[in-house]
Design a protein around this ligand. Structure first.
Ligand code: SAJ
Length: 439
């Protein structure tokens, strides 16, 4: 039966459903539609469904080419969106790209969205269908959660009646289409043949390597690559704290360290946000059994989770220099999103900074050009403030003149979590300045 599927992929008659039309699902649905497949996107939120069917992209940050591509595939009728799972009965391929958060306290994945999706898909699953998981999941989840749930809901058997693969996404807000096309992908199959069929499918939208392997390896590769990044960032943050302690400039240190061979010191900053990097290390650990104890990974998490509170300590220190306390101060926070030039604020480090400042009695105003509710005029938000805190390196802030900014403030105090301005430039402009790794 796999050969029938292979034939339907080769002549692009295979119907594709993409479940979850967020930062991962929407761009991939558009790209398969562009490649000539008939694609139906499924999402529970009917308001977003209506927007998408009108060709309006619900993702607001800078996403080069996505809005135009969506208009094109909606207009040509190769993509449509619905909330109705019965469309899965017409599909030969079902791609799942739903969120897989971990519980804030237990750090365990609940898989609520994934389980609900597998249940609804399973009840509409047709024999011969290839199901592909793009969401990032803990090691062993394909075997212990995805396969049993789909078999139970459908009454069908994997590798006999339907096929199962995982091809973890590698998208990055700001480069969604670019990453799909140009980043290599790992394709895990419940059988080697299934992995080859999935490779054949992704060949239509991925120009980089497609590495076929088994499901466990694919699960591990994704969780490890994001954990690798988190550990590297934690190291950079610890070096930043060390530089503050000895009175050095971490940005100069980093620049010179990265001139030595095989070094790639990451960027220190005010914290690690987004849907992926802060939680994937917990997914990686979650997939392990007795006899393994993670030490480095949780420590790195603790260092990165501590950076937002360190930002508040820098604010306290800078205000003290002008004889002020956080209590009663008016503080403008620039950047609500978890990183530059995106509207994505999931697990943004700015959230705990705002909470802590308010707990300490500050009046906090927030600005972000991309995030609804915070995209007012920058001058209007910062005017009369005693301190400006930079949390995201949006282009608008990089282009901001310090002279202008200074005229808006009650007291020229600047705390820079992203080295957007740098100490010397800020001090030359007459600011009291604190930066991560540079005080
Ligand atoms: N960050 C730093 N220092 C750095 C790099 C990042 O503080 O040197 C911070 C960012 O500001 C942000 C957080 O870490 O708050 C995460 O940013 P990011 O640019 O690392 O990542 P994401 O979440 O946008 O995308 C990551 C990417 N993973 C890797 O680069 C290994 C992307 O490739 C994945 O596809 C994505 O996670 C995902 O969906 O898993």
């Amino acid at each position: 039966m796999e050969s029938e599927l292979m034939k339907a992929i080769r002549d692009r008659t295979a119907g594709i459903v993409v479940i979850g039309l967020g930062y991962v699902g929407l761009p991939v649905a558009c790209m398969f539609a562009k490649a000539g497949f008939h694609v139906v996107g499924i999402r529970r939120d009917s308001e977003k469904i209506a927007q998408i069917n009108q060709g309006i992209c619900p993702i607001e940050g800078k996403e080069p080419g996505l809005q135009e591509l969506l208009v094109e595939v909606i207009r040509q009728g190769s993509l449509k969106a619905t909330t109705d799972y019965t469309v899965c009965r017409e599909a030969q391929i079902a791609l799942i790209a739903v969120e897989t958060p971990v519980d804030k306290t237990t750090k365990r994945p609940g898989y609520e969205a994934l389980r609900a999706t597998l249940q609804d898909l399973g009840q509409n699953l047709q024999p011969g269908t290839l199901v592909i998981i793009e969401s990032t999941i803990a090691p062993q989840t394909m075997e212990t959660v995805v396969k049993p749930l789909l078999e139970e809901a459908s009454g069908l058997k994997v590798n006999r009646d339907f096929y199962l693969a995982n091809c973890p996404e590698r998208v990055m807000p700001g480069k969604l289409l670019h990453n799909i096309e140009n980043c290599s992908r790992v394709v895990g199959g419940m059988s080697p043949e299934t992995a080859q069929v999935a490779v054949e499918l992704y060949r239509y939208i991925v120009r980089a390597d497609l590495d076929a392997t088994d499901c466990l390896t694919a699960e591990l590769v994704k969780a490890v690559e994001n954990t690798y990044r988190d550990v590297q960032i934690a190291f950079a943050n610890e070096v930043a704290l060390l530089c503050e302690n000895v009175g050095a400039d971490v940005w100069e240190v980093r620049q010179l360290v990265n001139k030595s061979p095989h070094r790639d010191m990451h960027l220190p900053g005010p914290g690690v946000g987004g849907h992926c990097i802060p939680k994937d290390p917990w997914l990686l650990i979650h997939g392990t059994g007795d006899g393994f104890e993670a030490r480095l990974i949780p420590t790195a998490r603790a260092i990165n989770d501590g950076m937002p509170l360190h930002m508040v300590e820098l604010v306290e220190g800078a205000l003290r220099e002008v004889g002020k306390k956080v209590r009663g101060a008016r503080i403008a926070v620039l950047g609500y999103a978890y990183k530059e030039n995106t509207d994505d604020a999931r697990s943004s480090p700015t959230i705990p900074v705002i909470e802590r400042l308010k707990d300490l009695g500050a009046e906090v105003a927030v600005h972000d050009p991309y995030v609804r509710g915070y995209n007012e005029d920058l001058e209007k938000v910062t005017v009369g403030s005693d301190c400006v805190v930079v949390m995201a390196a949006h282009d608008q802030y990089r282009e901001l003149s310090l002279e202008n900014l200074k005229t808006w403030l009650r007291v020229p105090v600047l705390v820079d979590g992203r080295n957007v301005f740098g100490m010397s430039k800020a001090r030359e402009a007459g600011f009291i300045y604190r930066g991560v790794g540079n005080v």
